[in-house]
Design a protein around this ligand. Structure first.
Ligand SMILES: C[S@@+](CC[C@H](N)C(=O)[O-])C[C@H]1O[C@@H](n2cnc3c(N)ncnc32)[C@H](O)[C@@H]1O
Length: 206
């Protein structure tokens, strides 16, 4: 059973997501989404803020576990120019055959997935050989002072934001999951200090 705080989070998170990860990161979303081609799987689609950036002719399947996030995403899916199907689903249990997708896309989601190793194993399984994971994420800062701050506030941050952690290092996790070619660019996100360190890039299944 969910705690009162978790239930409140279910209600407020779609608003928080749209407010905090909206206009400021729009250009970065466009950059990561526009490169998605062929059969695309988006994991943890949230409220569907990426949907408007998919090109016409791209076949997108998007999965999102949270019902209230999905409700908003459904509205945005209707306005998308790509052929888009939105499903309830979790990264660790993807209901797709091996090699089903050319591209998998995640934005600001790896931070929220509890068992990231299992999830990335599933992402690798559903990608075809040579297919790519495209990602845009906030990460653990390389600056020791900011990293200290992130560690200090992470327990409260996780409780307030549905399990989102400030301490993820996608490069390490991707290599551990067996992605052969990991090409991530460190960037400064136009967001508050705890979530300012970011990465954008790709990891390929060899
Ligand atoms: C901060 S939101 C980002 C949403 C969206 N990707 C975006 O860029 O706006 C994180 C999302 O990850 C989803 N999520 C959490 N655990 C997940 C899991 N195991 N599998 C897939 N999505 C998950 C949450 O429900 C939430 O929608």
């Amino acid at each position: 059973m969910k705690s009162p705080l978790e239930s409140l989070g279910d209600f407020t998170l779609p608003w928080i997501n749209d407010w905090s990860l909206g206009r400021e990161v729009e250009a970065l979303r466009a950059e990561v989404v526009r490169g998605a081609a062929g059969r695309v799987l988006e994991i943890g689609a949230g409220t569907g803020l990426n949907f408007q950036h998919y090109r016409a002719g791209v076949d997108v399947t998007a999965v999102e576990p949270a019902a209230r996030m999905r409700r908003r995403a459904e509205e945005r899916a209707r306005d998308a120019v790509a052929n888009l199907t939105l499903l309830e689903g979790k990264a660790g249990e993807l209901p797709f055959d091996a090699g089903s997708f050319d591209t998998v896309l995640v934005t600001f989601t790896l931070c929220s997935i509890r068992d990231l190793g299992a999830a990335l194993g599933e992402v690798r399984r559903v990608l075809r050989k040579g297919g790519s994971l495209r990602l845009l994420e906030h990460v653990k800062s390389p600056d020791p002072w900011v990293a200290w701050l992130q560690r200090a506030i992470d327990p409260a941050w996780r409780i307030a934001l549905a399990g989102c952690t400030l301490l993820r290092d996608p490069a390490v996790e991707l290599e551990r999951a067996g992605f052969e070619s990991v090409s991530l660019q460190a960037i400064e996100l136009p967001l508050p200090v705890p979530v300012r360190a970011g990465v954008i890039g790709t990891a390929t299944r060899g």
